[in-house]
Design a protein around this ligand. Structure first.
Ligand SMILES: [Zn+2]
Length: 95
């Protein structure tokens, strides 16, 4: 197994023959190159924020809750709020 460093609580960075890669911490599934948008390779669930947790999360407008899951093991990798059509928030490692 190649050495891995932490990218987030749910993702790791690995050095491979094709450069640094982002992988699921739970199962090791390879998601994307470190300089790519790993969220494009995750399973996306998008729903109105108000439906996520009851009245406590009620919002004005069309705020969405996006949840990103590992396509291999189903672990929740990240979550973010967004308006419809907004691009994903970008997580990148610099340097
Ligand atoms: Zn996984």
């Amino acid at each position: 197994m190649s050495a891995a460093t932490s990218f987030s609580p749910t993702l790791v960075l690995r050095e491979g023959t094709s450069g640094r890669r982002i992988a699921c911490r739970a199962c090791g599934h390879d998601l994307a190159a470190a300089d790519a948008s790993w969220k494009e390779h995750a399973v996306l669930d998008e729903q109105p924020l108000g439906a996520a947790g009851g009245s406590v999360f009620r919002t004005d407008g069309d705020v969405l809750l996006r949840r990103f899951y590992c396509p291999s093991c189903g672990t929740t990798l990240d979550a973010e709020t967004a308006l419809p059509g907004e691009p994903f928030l970008v997580d990148r490692v610099m340097g």
